[in-house]
Design a binder for this molecule. Structure first.
Ligand code: FES
Length: 103
């Protein structure tokens, strides 16, 4: 599935980069810019960033659910990762203002 239409990046490519970054450092805070930098791409309209954030959260949760780290450390780290929703918006938000209407 295509996540970024500007750069033609698929969900699978983004998931692979996230796992690669987590294998380098499991406690790194992955943000969309880090994913795009690794792919040697740049955010253009950045409309895909909320979906990228949701992918980062999902893959990071899945990655750490299999780790042997202490539960407290994992919960603390995942809280930091979930805070990205505040910074980049959620999947349903997609940079639209509350009063946005399509028609
Ligand atoms: S859709 Fe990803 S930068 Fe525009």
């Amino acid at each position: 599935m295509l996540i970024c239409h500007c750069n033609l990046i698929t969900q699978k490519e983004i998931e692979e980069v996230i796992v690669e970054l987590l294998e380098q450092d499991p406690w790194t805070l992955i943000v969309p810019a880090k994913v795009y930098h690794t792919l040697q791409k740049r955010g253009r309209c950045c409309g895909c960033f909320p979906n990228v954030v949701e992918t980062i959260i999902r893959v990071t949760e899945s990655y750490h659910s299999c780790s042997e780290a202490s539960e407290g450390d994992v919960v603390s780290h995942l809280d930091r990762v979930r805070e990205l929703r505040v910074q980049y918006g959620s999947r349903t938000h997609e940079r639209r203002k509350a009063g946005h209407r399509a028609a």
